[in-house]
Design a protein around this ligand. Structure first.
Ligand code: FES
Length: 101
């Protein structure tokens, strides 16, 4: 699936993978602002993204644990996800994710 990241510098970068998490995809491609400090176990929020409004149904909703983490983040809004919790599958092909920084 192809995923487009919009970085804090307003750069738009499209990358592609078949599996793994969206966080891993971002880290592997050095996407600015996605650090993945906790290694993808939903406990650091350094993989916070805002899902484009039209892509929310593709990406799905945050789990309760994820929502609890997001509540601690001032940049969180209704489009927030921790992208280590989003699996790369064809279902998310074409989504646009803005790095929450
Ligand atoms: Fe730590 Fe996603 S990588 S919460």
């Amino acid at each position: 699936a192809k995923v487009t990241f919009v970085t804090p510098d307003q750069e738009s970068i499209t990358v592609e993978a078949d599996s793994g998490s969206v966080m891993e995809l971002a880290v592997n491609n050095n996407i600015q602002g996605i650090d993945g400090d906790c290694g993808g176990v939903c406990s650091c929020a350094t993989c916070h993204v805002h899902v484009a409004a039209g892509d929310v149904t593709k990406v799905g909703e945050a789990s309760e644990i994820e929502q609890d983490m997001l509540e601690l983040d001032d940049n969180a809004n209704e489009f927030s996800r921790l992208c280590c919790q989003i699996e790369v599958t064809e279902a998310i092909d074409g989504v646009v994710l803005t790095v929450a920084g």
